[in-house]
Design a protein around this ligand. Structure first.
Ligand code: NAG
Ligand code: NAG
Length: 244
C-alpha cells in the first residue's frame, strides 16, 4: 500500500562502530582476566568492523506535503551470532523535548506485523489522508495525537521477515518467541550503543497484541543484564503493555 521509495530520498550517513567496541569491551572486562582484555578488545574491534549498522535521516515522504516536522531516522541493526538477522527500525524523535523525554521501543504484533502498522494506524505520527488519497497514490497526514509528541519512539520490524527486516540465511528466517526475544534484546542494546545520546533517557518497551507475549521476556532479559552491569547508565523505568 505504501511504497518504500522514500528510502531513495534519504540522506545517508554511515556510522562508525567504535562505540560498540568500547561498550562491549567495558562489559567483558568485568568477567575476563586482564590478560584476556587486550585480546578481547582486539577481537571486538575486528568483529565490530563487520557490524553493518546503517542509518538514514528521512526528510520528506511521498504523500506528505512539505518537510517532516520531526526527526525521522531509519536504519538496520544486525543481530544474531553473525548479524545474520538485519532488523529495520524507524526512530521518530520526540516533538517535545527529545533530550529528556522517554525513549520507547514499540513492537507491533503478529508475529510478523510491519512496524508501519504502529506508525500509520496506532500510536505513530502519521495517519492516512483518506479524503485526498486515490488508488494510485496514498496521501499521508500528521497525527495530532501521536505518542511521539511526548516520547522518542523506535518502531521495530521484528522478527526477521517482517516489514523491511530480513535474514541472510534461510534458517535465520525460522523464528520463535525465544529467538525473537533474544534478537529484539540484542537490537535494543546495539541500538543504544549506536545512539549514546539516548542512554540516559527513561526507557519504556511497549507492545500490542501478540508482542505482549514476548515483551515481558525482553524486559526481564534487559533488567537482568542491567543489574549485572551495574555501571551502565540506561535505566528501564517500566514496561507498557498495550493491547490494541
Ligand atoms: C485535500 O486537498 C485539498 C486540495 O488540495 C485541500 O484543500 C484539503 O484541505 C485536503 N484535505 C485534507 C483532509 O487534507
Ligand atoms: C527457537 O529457535 C532457536 C533458533 O532457531 C532454536 O535454537 C530453538 O531450539 C527454538 N526453540 C524452540 C522452543 O523451538
Amino acid at each position: 500500500m505504501i511504497d518504500n521509495s522514500y528510502l531513495k530520498y534519504s540522506v545517508g550517513t554511515r556510522k562508525s562502530s567504535n562505540h560498540l567496541a568500547h561498550f562491549n569491551s567495558d562489559i567483558r572486562m568485568q568477567i575476563i582476566t586482564t590478560a584476556q582484555v587486550f585480546y578481547g578488545v582486539f577481537l571486538l574491534l575486528v568483529v565490530s568492523l563487520e557490524v553493518t549498522e546503517s542509518r538514514f535521516l528521512v526528510k520528506t515522504l511521498p504523500g506528505l506535503l512539505g518537510d517532516l516536522p520531526f526527526t525521522l531516522e531509519t536504519g538496520y541493526i544486525g543481530v544474531g551470532e553473525s548479524d545474520e538477522v538485519q532488523l529495520f527500525y524507524y526512530l521518530v524523535e520526540s516533538e517535545g523535548n527529545p533530550k529528556d523525554d522517554p525513549l520507547m521501543l514499540w513492537l507491533t504484533g503478529g508475529p510478523g506485523c510491519s512496524a508501519l502498522s504502529g506508525l500509520l494506524y496506532e500510536i505513530g505520527p502519521f495517519t492516512i489522508n483518506y479524503a485526498n488519497s486515490t488508488l494510485e497514490k496514498t496521501m499521508l497526514q500528521i497525527n495530532p495525537h501521536s505518542w511521539t509528541k511526548a516520547a522518542s519512539i523506535i518502531f521495530l520490524d521484528q522478527p526477521a521477515g517482517t516489514g523491511f527486516s530480513y535474514a541472510k540465511t534461510l534458517e535465520a528466517y525460522i523464528t520463535n518467541d525465544t529467538s525473537s526475544t533474544m534478537h529484539t534484546y540484542q537490537f535494543l542494546r546495539k541500538w543504544l550503543v549506536d545512539h549514546p545520546k539516548f542512554l540516559k533517557n527513561p526507557l519504556y518497551i511497549g507492545a500490542d497484541s501478540y508482542t505482549g507475549l514476548v515483551t515481558p521476556m525482553i524486559v526481564q532479559k534487559y533488567i537482568t543484564v542491567m543489574k549485572l552491569e551495574n555501571g551502565h547508565k540506561s535505566t528501564s523505568k517500566g514496561t507498557c503493555l498495550v493491547i490494541l
